[in-house]
Write a protein that binds this ligand. Structure first.
Ligand SMILES: [Zn+2]
Length: 88
């Protein structure tokens, strides 16, 4: 397993999103709502180390505000309650 995939998985798990099995057509993974299982997007695994966490961290406010993520509000709930990563 590509280690970057595990990094992506953990980054998205922090905001209540599950990384699904790779799509049949290649290096894209489906993003599933951890609350209800609905598909809410795709992510490619061609990221550099650290990029996945940064990507999700940048979107965290949008998830917390309910502007991104699933209509069921799972990411909103997770985003609002999860502590922000400290940045140096
Ligand atoms: Zn949902």
């Amino acid at each position: 397993m590509n280690p970057i995939v595990e990094e992506i998985r953990q980054a998205y798990a922090a905001v209540g999103i599950t990384l699904d099995q790779p799509a049949a057509y290649g290096t894209y993974y489906r993003l599933l709502c951890a609350g209800c299982g609905r598909m809410i997007g795709n992510v490619g695994d061609r990221l550099l180390p650290g990029m996945a966490a940064e990507l999700v961290e940048r979107q965290r406010d949008l998830y917390a505000a309910g502007l991104l993520g699933c209509a069921c509000g799972h990411q909103k709930a997770r985003g609002a309650s999860a502590p922000k990563a400290s940045r140096s």
